[in-house]
Design a protein around this ligand. Structure first.
Ligand SMILES: [Zn+2]
Length: 281
C-alpha cells in the first residue's frame, strides 16, 4: 500500500515537474517571440526629427515639399527652404488656384500671387484720405498716413496718396485692359490679378512726394528721409529692390503698406520681405 502510494506520489511529482518545464519553456519562447515582434522605433505619436523640424515655422504637412525643394536647391539654407515652401514659391506663381486668406480684416493680412481675398470681401472702414484725388484707405492706415505727412511737412515736403484702395472690380478692369494691350505674361509681371492686389487691403499707398511722378520717387532728395521713417508710422516698403523672386513684383519705391507700428518695426528688424516674414510666423 505504502509502495503503491510512493509510486503514485513519484508519478505525481514527475508530472508537476514536467508541467513546470513545459510552462517555463513556453513562456521563454513566448518572451522571445514577443521581443522580436515588438517595435523598437518610436510610435506614431512622436514624429521623427528632420533636417527642418527644429525651426519654429516648420509645418509637418509640408515635409515632402521641403525635401523636394532642397533636392533642387542644394546650396540653400534650411531656413530659406522652409520659408520658401511655406510661402508657396516652390511652385511657379499662378500655377495653382490661389489660397483664400483666413482673416481678410486683419491689418497684417497678406495677399500676393499665392494668397487672395475671398470673392466678395471689401473693407468696411474706408475713409477718404485725399480729397483732391478722391483716394480712400482704411481708417487706421489713413490716420497713420496723415501723421506721417505731418512729420514730412516738418522736414519741408509733403506726401500724397497717388493711389490707395482699389476694389476687386476696379482691379479687374485694370487687369483686363492691360491683358488686351500687353498680353498675360507682361500683365502678370506688373499688375495684380483681381482679389490678389495689395491695393484691395485698403492699407496700401502708391505715394508721390510733392508734385513728383511716383515712378521717380526714389530720386527725390527727400526720399531717404521718407524711407528711413516708414516704420515709425507703421509702414513698410512692400516690394523692395532685388526681391522679385520672393515678392513676385519688381522694385516699387513708391508702394508702401500699413501693418501697424509694432509689426512694421519687427519686419524692418528681420531684414525680410513681408512675404518671408509672414511665412515664419
Ligand atoms: Zn501700388
Amino acid at each position: 500500500m505504502e509502495k503503491t502510494n510512493m509510486n503514485f506520489r513519484k508519478k505525481g511529482l514527475i508530472g508537476v515537474i514536467s508541467l513546470a518545464i513545459i510552462l517555463i519553456g513556453g513562456f521563454t519562447m513566448y518572451q522571445q517571440l514577443y521581443k522580436t515582434a515588438s517595435p523598437t522605433e518610436p510610435t506614431e505619436a512622436t514624429s521623427p526629427a528632420t533636417a527642418f523640424s527644429h525651426l519654429s515655422y516648420y509645418h509637418e504637412g509640408n515635409l515632402e515639399r521641403y525635401n523636394a525643394y532642397q533636392e533642387e536647391n542644394q546650396e540653400m539654407s534650411v531656413e530659406d527652404i522652409v520659408t520658401h515652401v511655406n510661402m508657396g514659391i516652390d511652385k511657379e506663381f499662378y500655377s495653382e488656384d490661389p489660397i483664400t486668406v483666413e482673416d481678410p480684416d486683419a491689418l497684417t493680412v497678406l495677399v500676393n500671387k499665392v494668397y487672395a481675398f475671398p470673392d466678395n470681401w471689401e473693407p468696411t472702414d474706408l475713409v477718404v484720405v485725399d480729397d483732391f484725388r478722391g483716394q480712400s484707405l482704411r481708417k487706421e492706415a489713413a490716420e497713420a498716413f496723415q501723421a506721417f505727412n505731418a512729420a514730412c511737412n516738418e522736414q519741408g515736403f509733403s506726401i500724397y496718396v497717388h493711389s490707395g484702395y482699389r476694389s476687386a472690380s476696379f482691379q479687374q478692369e485694370i487687369y483686363d485692359n492691360m491683358i488686351n494691350t500687353y498680353g498675360e505674361e507682361y500683365t502678370d509681371k506688373y499688375i495684380s490679378r483681381p482679389h490678389q492686389s495689395e491695393h484691395q487691403t485698403g492699407l496700401s499707398v502708391d505715394v508721390s512726394i510733392d508734385g513728383m511722378d511716383y515712378n521717380d520717387l526714389a530720386s527725390n532728395p527727400y526720399y531717404s528721409w521718407f524711407y528711413d521713417h516708414l516704420a515709425d508710422f507703421g509702414f513698410i516698403l512692400r516690394y523692395p529692390e532685388n526681391k522679385e523672386a520672393l515678392t513676385g513684383y519688381h522694385y516699387e519705391s513708391w508702394h508702401i503698406r500699413y501693418i501697424g507700428k509694432e509689426e512694421s518695426r519687427k519686419v524692418l528688424d528681420s531684414g525680410l520681405t513681408y512675404d518671408e516674414y509672414m511665412a515664419r510666423q
